[in-house]
Design a protein around this ligand. Structure first.
Ligand code: ADP
Ligand code: MG
Length: 693
């Protein structure tokens, strides 16, 4: 049933050079041309009288040349042509013109049809600069009966080229199988979707009476038809990926006395939410198929302890567990926590990051390979070539949105030993709005810790211009005098890490001058590991009052006595990051405050971000607002990796389609499995296909 898609070079006029330019727009096949939708449309379906023109509008006029002259203004020669249609005068201005153009624009009474943007000219009156002009003869053609599409383009690609290609592809829509309909008629009827050919034709050549605003905002049913199919293709791709992993064998892990003893020895009782997710995880781990589970929970909800309990199930079954963190600092902290919890139970924990070298590294690797080490903690260095596990049964990723689908895949591959695949638990420190979780993590099951440990007080948050720095410094003085501890965070304002660390160093010196009675420490990425660790340990032990740091403390750092946080340049940070940072305080018994220092003037979005943070403490709600303010690429941290880029759909605008897309994915996988591959192929480019690994 499936035929190879027609390459773009099969279209008339597409040679290697043009093909290369089209490739830059992500267009590889003839079908891609049809899925490259116009950004906006121009209405050449009507004529506007010159007297009705307003500056700023795009309009089409029909008029005759009244006079024409070449002038030179500010060193630039240009051709001015005055048109009259009996209701007024319009000037056309050309900076470039051919001799032929000059000839016919210079002939009074030549009849023209011009389309362009109207602006007020310097000398008064209205003009169009470089309008599209067409000379009319005695028998003028009718005005267009369709809106003119304007496509996203790139250097060296003209609108008329793209328009021509789209027209050509549309002509072949019926004869060739450019865009076969893969959605079964029942589904189309049920979801009230039009056939794809119809939708595509409308979007490229809408009749003049089509509501332009609906088309351009993406709310037109034809656009939603395509957005739906794209979301469906992504669902299918992730689901297929999941199924291929789930078909593999995994070691079933049973829990017993060890897990029990661990929980009993903790200095606190697990929250009901922690117990619930732990039970969900345990049920998965007992299966002979790999667990693929996402553990969500707000900052401070206690995910680490859940991870440790899960790791114990691997240990109890005589296998190993690995916990991977996104940063060295967090890896160190997990290492400390796990040692405190697990070593008393007789379990050996190893630490592996890029920094571990020489003999210590060799030893750690040996003990991992022999199985002497039961739990490994580290950064992505854990999954490098040289690292061999005796039997890795559970891989835990403290993801913090920094690993995308591809990395998750790499991880699955890494842990595969003798045809067995490790179980996987992915923890996100920043909650992901449900809609995003449903699309970006459709290959995972989800567990959510929706409850904080008892006794947490909400953090009072204020925003202040940095002119009020002195007051803030006094506040630190008072808090520390009362035996509390504080963070001063200097986030990234310079592109380079070096400069960022320098800013933290300078700030620490300045604060030391202003607050001589306080014990001040410094933590940033450029410090030698030992110094950084020493500062963190001293701060944790209460031997420092104030810790000046870069955003390295963003994730995981846990010092309950710290109850004041100052964040400089808060206007430069995203909501999720601010929420993460703020999550470092409010962990103890005293009420905590967070001061967001900003440098005025605030942009509108920065203002909105700071307001959300002042009002809101729930990570899920913050994530939802973040999605509105920044869009899904940023929220998922995938903008950099280019992953999950959608062509037509917009996760925010089209979120109401996601449920239907999931439903349709179920139906297709069950009733029409042969349509799955072509649908994925149509929408997900060759380079980004997840399902083939
Ligand atoms: P996160 O979910 O942000 O990773 P952590 O695992 O770092 O949170 O936990 C935050 C703090 O809460 C830690 O000090 C941890 O020991 C503590 N904690 C975890 N669970 C509980 C609980 N049930 N009761 C009290 N404190 C808890
Ligand atoms: Mg954590």
């Amino acid at each position: 049933m499936f035929v190879e898609p027609l390459p773009i070079t099969a279209l008339r006029g597409v040679g290697p050079k043009l093909a290369e330019r089209l490739r830059r727009l992500g267009l590889h096949t003839a079908a891609d041309v049809l899925l490259h939708l116009p950004l906006r449309y121009q209405d050449r379906g009507r004529l506007t009288a010159i007297s009705q023109l307003q500056p700023g509008m795009e309009a089409q006029v029909e008029a005759v040349v009244a006079s024409s002259s070449e002038v030179t203004t500010r060193g630039r020669r240009c051709l001015l042509c005055r048109l009259s249609d009996g209701t007024g005068i319009l000037t056309l201005r050309f900076f470039h013109f051919s001799p032929a153009q000059r000839q016919w624009l210079g002939q009074p009474d030549t009849r023209l049809r011009c389309f362009g943007e109207v602006r007020a000219s310097y000398g008064g009156g209205l003009e169009m600069i470089h309008p599209e002009c067409r000379r009319l003869d005695a028998d003028p053609p009718p005005v267009e009966n369709r809106l003119t599409p304007i496509y996203p383009a790139t250097a060296g690609l003209q609108q008329f080229t793209l328009r021509g290609l789209a027209e050509q592809a549309l002509e072949q829509l019926d004869s060739a199988v450019l865009l076969p309909e893969w959605l079964p008629p029942v589904l189309l009827a049920q979801l009230q979707l039009s056939p794809i050919a119809e939708a595509v034709r409308l979007l490229h050549q809408p009749p003049v009476d089509t509501p332009v605003a609906e088309l351009e905002s993406g709310r037109h049913p034809a656009r939603r038809r395509l957005a739906f199919e794209e979301l469906l293709a992504h669902q299918l791709s992730l689901r297929r990926l999941r199924e291929s992993t789930r078909r593999q064998a995994a070691p079933p892990l049973a829990g017993g006395g060890l897990c029990q003893r661990f929980v009993e020895r903790l200095p606190f009782a697990l929250t009901a939410a922690q117990q619930r997710v732990l039970a969900e995880i345990a049920a998965d781990l007992a299966q002979p198929r790999p667990m693929l589970r996402l553990l969500q929970g707000d900052v401070g909800s206690g995910k680490t302890v859940v991870a440790a309990a899960a790791a114990l199930r691997a240990v109890e079954s005589g296998a190993q567990a690995a916990l991977m963190a996104p940063t060295e600092l967090l890896a160190e902290q997990h290492d400390r926590n796990l040692r405190t919890w697990l070593e008393p139970l007789g379990i050996e924990v190893a630490w592996l990051t890029g920094r571990l070298t020489g003999k210590a590294r060799r030893l750690a690797l040996e003990r991992l390979a022999s199985g002497a080490v039961q739990v490994a903690v580290g950064t992505h260095a854990l999954f490098q070539e040289a690292v061999v596990f005796a039997e890795l049964a559970l891989a835990i990723v403290d993801e913090q949105h920094r690993f995308g689908v591809h990395q998750r895949l790499a991880l699955r591959e890494k842990g595969r030993v003798g045809g067995r695949c490790p179980h996987q638990l992915i923890m996100t420190a920043t909650p992901i709005p449900r809609t995003l979780a449903m699309s970006a993590y459709a290959d995972l099951d989800t567990s959510t810790i929706d409850e904080l440990p008892p006794g947490r007080l909400p953090v009072t948050t204020v925003a202040a211009p940095d002119s009020r720095r002195d007051e803030v410094i006094e506040r630190i003085r008072r808090a520390c005098r009362d035996g509390r501890q504080a963070y001063w965070v200097c986030p990234l304002i310079e592109e380079s890490e070096a400069l960022q660390c320098q800013a933290a160093t300078v700030t620490a010196e300045y604060l030391a001058e202003r607050l001589p009675e306080l014990r001040i420490g410094l933590a940033h990425g450029r410090l030698p590991a030992a110094a950084k660790e020493a500062a963190m340990t001293a701060f944790k032990a209460g031997e420092l009052d104030l810790l000046v740091a870069t955003t390295v403390i963003e994730v995981g750092v846990d010092v309950p006595n710290a109850s004041l946080m100052i964040i400089e340049n808060a206007e430069r940070l995203g909501l999720a990051q601010l929420h993460q940072l703020r999550g470092r305080i409010g962990r103890g018994a005293t009420a905590s405050s967070c001061v967001l220092l900003y440098r005025p003037p605030l942009s509108q979005t920065a203002h909105a971000r700071l307001a959300v943070l002042r009002e809101c403490h729930d990570g899920f709600e913050i994530a939802r607002r973040d999605l509105e303010l920044r869009g899904p690429g940023e929220v998922l941290g995938t903008r950099q990796t280019g992953e999950q880029s959608l062509r037509v759909a917009d996760l925010l605008r089209d979120q109401d389609l996601l449920n239907a897309a999931r439903y349709a994915a179920d139906r297709l996988l069950r009733d029409h499995p042969e349509r799955v591959e072509p649908l994925i192929r149509r929408w997900i480019g060759a380079g980004a296909r997840y399902g083939e690994v």
